[in-house]
Ligand binder design. Sequence first.
Ligand code: SAH
Length: 284
Amino acid sequence: MEAGGLDSSGRQFSSAREMWREEIGAGEGEDNAAADNGKRREWYRKGIAYWQGVDASMDGVLGGYGCVNEADVKGSEAFLKTLFLERFGNAKRHLVALDCGSGIGRVTKNLLLRYFNEVDLVEPVSHFLEAARENLAPGMDVQEETHRAANFYCVPLQEFTPEDGRYDVIWIQWCIGQLPDDDFISFFKRAKVGLKPNGFFVVKENTARGGFVLDKDDQSITRSDSYFKELFNQCGLHIYSTKDQKGLPKELFPVKMYALVTDKAKGGSIGKIRRKNYCPAIIQ
Ligand code: SAH
C-alpha cells in the first residue's frame, strides 16, 4: 500500500509500510521472526487496554455514538437480505453466523439472531463478552428455541481459527482496524475454511478518504476503500457487492459494507447465482 497517512496527532507517514515498520517492526524483506517482536505485542496490548477501560454499553462500544445503532442495523439488514436471496436462494437451511469483535453482542442481538439459527461470538475483552452473555441469555423471545447465541470465544481475531465449514456468514464490524495488515491477511486466509459453500464475509468498517488514519488511543487503523481492496485481494477474496451506510452523523468516518466471497464473483455469475450490484468509528 503506497498511499501515505496520518496518525491522530497529525503526524504524517509517507506510506503504510513506513507506519507498520515503526508501529510493529514489520516490513518487506524482514522475516516473520523479526516482525514478531515486542512491538507487535505492545500494539495489541495497548488496543486491549483501551477497550478494557470502556463501559460495556452501547455508547461504550460505539465510541459515544449509541445513537447510530438503529441506522446501522437498518443498513446492515437491507444489505444482508439481498445477499441472502442471491447467495442462498429460498432453500431452507440451518443458518449459522460468526460475530467477530462482537463487543457486548450488539450486532448479534439486533441483527444476526433475527436471521440466523445460531450465532457464535469472538471477543477478546472479557467484560464485553460477559455482557454479551447476559444480553443474549435466553429470555421470553418466541424464537429462542431456534435462534440462539451458541458459543462465546474470548480470543482476539489474530489468534482465532473458526471451525471448518460451520458458518454461512462471518460478520466483521468495527474491529478489523485493530489488526495490522499481515495479521489481517492471515486471519481471512484462516477464516475462509470456516465458511459453508456459498457462505460469505461481511466487513463493515469506517473508511478513510485516502491512505489511512492511525488512532493512537485505541491502537487501530482506519483504512481507505482502496487500501481495503488491496488487502482483500491479498487474502484471495473477491468483492461480491458493497454498499455505503447511510444516515450517520457527518462528523463520523464514512462506513462501508463489503460482502466478500471465496469464489470468483466477477463477470456476473457464480454457477446458477446471478450477481446484482447492488459505526461508527469514531472519527478523529
Ligand atoms: N462489533 C461490535 C463492537 C465494536 S467496538 C459492534 O459493532 O457493536 C470494537 C470491538 O473490537 C471491541 O469489542 C474490542 O474489544 C474489539 N477488539 C479489540 N481488539 C480486537 C482484536 N484484536 N480482535 C478482535 N476484536 C478486537
